[in-house]
Design a protein around this ligand. Structure first.
Ligand SMILES: [Zn+2]
Length: 414
């Protein structure tokens, strides 16, 4: 039997707005950098709220917090929910925060109705998701999933030279639990979409099937510096002209695999960058993304082929290397089904979608069945103080999170 449990939308909204004051900015956003005084304050608040619901709160050695509400079966693996409470330096009120506070609203609802799930329920606040103080992003979930070692994370320094280990110590946020020893029956992360699709299509809930693969390439095109007035056209080796044609080719490669592919040149250095010198060398970054690694392989091969086709007739040489890559992630079909069922039970339409951004869930998918739930954000704007999600959409996301967790709990019990 499906229990009839309903979250309190006003309580969720008030919690979002009240906690947004911790690190609140004059433009309506939040500045809550990892392990800052503001981060410590919101963590203390989070602990108090969870303990008031009878949860036990544990913290691991990289500061990640786990609030646990016991179920009927003490042997069962917990069903986890969560996201992050840290923000960008000029962050919004919803990125990450919604996933944690909606999880808190789920726990409050279960508590108010005195409803016991079969499995324990855990709510997680991952440390340093944003990566703006300590790079890379998703650091603690990455350590949890084995993408980085604890020592690698500890050694990372912020711009002031303070290491992650020192910041954990100084803020009092370092716990004692070894990282990555916890096991989950599943992990659900609710998040704003950070893109425009749901709003544009008028759909409330995104059932996220995975995270797209991302590949970054460094390309250097090498020609020859020469006088713009004295060098005839047929003798030029214009590196910027070659780069321009490659930029156009990158756009065409992405269009050839649309709508799921995207390709961008967003960074470029033109050398020597002088009005009367034909550019002798251009360095630029290519960003290719797709949900399917096989398609990314095809796109990469196309990039290499276009370099070889376009540059030699212009008298140009080149170097191309992979700077960074993040493999595509496929989320767990059983959990995705629970999101669809949960949305249907709550009366919302869903749309399958692939996340264009990285999330803690992308790492956790390596060690536990995982999925995400997206809700719309105004104009698709995020990592911005103007980031905005509506009262109704936040409530819808929290209700679907609750329904999905309960649906999964019934499946595990049955
Ligand atoms: Zn986030």
């Amino acid at each position: 039997m499906r229990p009839n449990l309903t979250i309190d939308p006003q309580r969720l909204w008030d919690t979002l707005m009240d906690t947004a004051r911790i690190g609140g900015t004059s433009k309506g956003g939040i500045r809550r950098l990892t392990l800052s005084e503001e981060d410590r304050q919101v963590r203390d608040w989070f602990r108090t709220q969870c303990e008031a619901l009878g949860c036990t709160v544990a913290t691991d050695e990289v500061g990640t917090m786990f609030a646990r509400r016991e179920g009927r079966d003490p042997q069962a693996l917990p069903i986890a929910m969560g996201s992050h409470l840290d923000t960008q330096p000029t962050g919004g009120k919803f990125d990450g925060v919604l996933g944690v506070l909606a999880g808190l609203e789920v726990l409050r609802t279960l508590h108010d109705m005195d409803y016991r799930t079969q499995a324990p329920i855990e709510l997680i606040n991952w440390t340093n998701e944003e990566g703006s103080r300590f790079s890379p992003a998703m650091l603690a979930s990455g350590v949890f999933a084995g993408a980085f070692t604890r020592e690698e994370a500890y050694a990372i320094r912020d711009r002031d030279g303070i290491s992650f280990a020192e910041a954990l110590e100084a803020s009092g946020c370092r716990g004692t639990e070894p990282v990555g020893e916890r096991r989950f029956a599943g992990f659900f992360e609710l998040h704003i979409e950070q893109g425009p699709i749901l709003e544009k299509e008028g759909v409330t809930i995104g059932a996220v099937t995975g995270v797209q693969g991302m590949r970054w390439y460094d390309v250097t095109v090498i020609g020859q510096d020469a006088h713009t007035g004295a060098t005839p056209m047929y003798l030029r080796k214009n590196a910027l002209l070659g780069a321009a044609r490659i930029i156009d080719a990158v756009d065409a490669i992405a269009h050839a695999h649309a709508p799921d592919a995207v390709g961008t040149v967003g960074y470029l250095e033109n050398r020597p960058n002088s009005r009367n010198v034909i550019p002798g060398e251009v360095f630029f970054g290519v960003d290719l993304r797709h949900r399917d690694e096989a398609v990314l392989d095809v796109m990469q091969a196309a990039l290499e082929a276009e370099l070889a086709r376009i540059l030699p007739p212009l008298g140009l040489e080149w170097r191309c290397s992979t700077l960074w890559s993040s493999p595509a992630v496929a989320f767990d079909p059983r959990l995705i089904d629970c999101v669809r069922e949960g949305a249907a039970a709550a009366g919302y339409a869903t749309r399958d979608m692939v996340s264009g951004a990285g999330h803690d869930a992308a790492y956790i998918a390596r060690v536990a069945p995982t999925t995400m739930i997206f809700v719309p954000c105004a104009g698709g704007i995020s990592h911005n103080e103007a980031e905005s999600a509506s009262f109704d959409d936040c409530a819808a996301g929290a209700q679907v999170l609750l329904e999905a967790v309960l649906a999964y709990d019934r499946k595990l019990a049955g």
